[in-house]
Design a protein around this ligand. Structure first.
Ligand code: FES
Ligand code: FES
Length: 171
């Protein structure tokens, strides 16, 4: 049997002290050890973005990173952004613009979208930015590029874009 490792980190503002198999991903830590099932497992291979969470201010595919690598980090999941009674502005915009159908990709889309607007506010360039010399950073092309790691099998992309554009414009 593999020896367990002790990991302390903050999840949605709460300090957590866990004993984990070192092979445990952040995704499995959230879902299996902390019962935070809002973060979804789509592919478990870094291809779909359903597992996206925000770690120390940056979005991350939680299926691709081990919990033991994040000792002392702060993790925010969709549960930490808002609650059904107090929705985060991005969650409210997804509801308003019908930014989901089955909803499976939605927690990842929302975490990604929140982090994307932060990236833009901080002036962090994307791959598209290099080709967009005069285009505004919040253009549809720019947002599509930045959100391209989040796949939606229902094809709700147009409405997702509307939701992010509204929150970005109001930010
Ligand atoms: Fe992590 Fe698909 S489950 S990218
Ligand atoms: Fe169904 Fe995106 S809403 S996968």
């Amino acid at each position: 049997p593999t020896a367990l490792h002790s990991v302390q980190l903050r999840v949605n503002g709460e300090l957590r002290d866990l004993q984990l198999d070192p092979r445990t991903t952040v995704l499995d830590m959230l879902r299996e050890h902390l019962a935070l099932s809002g973060t979804k497992k789509g592919c478990d291979h870094g291809q779909c973005g359903a597992c996206t969470v925000i770690v120390d201010g940056r979005r991350l595919n939680s299926c691709l990173t081990l919990a033991v690598m994040h000792q002392g980090s702060s993790v925010t999941t969709v549960e930490g952004l808002g609650t059904p009674r107090r929705l985060h502005p991005m969650q409210a915009a997804f509801v308003k613009h019908d930014g989901f159908q089955c909803g499976y990709c939605t927690p990842g889309q929302i975490c990604s979208a929140v982090a994307v607007l932060d990236e833009i506010r901080q002036g962090i360039p994307s791959h598209a930015t290099a080709d967009l010399t005069s285009a505004p950073l919040l253009s549809a092309q720019e947002l599509r590029e930045r959100m391209s790691g989040n796949i939606c099998r229902c094809g709700a992309y147009a409405n997702i874009l509307d939701a992010i554009t509204e929150v970005g414009g109001a930010a």
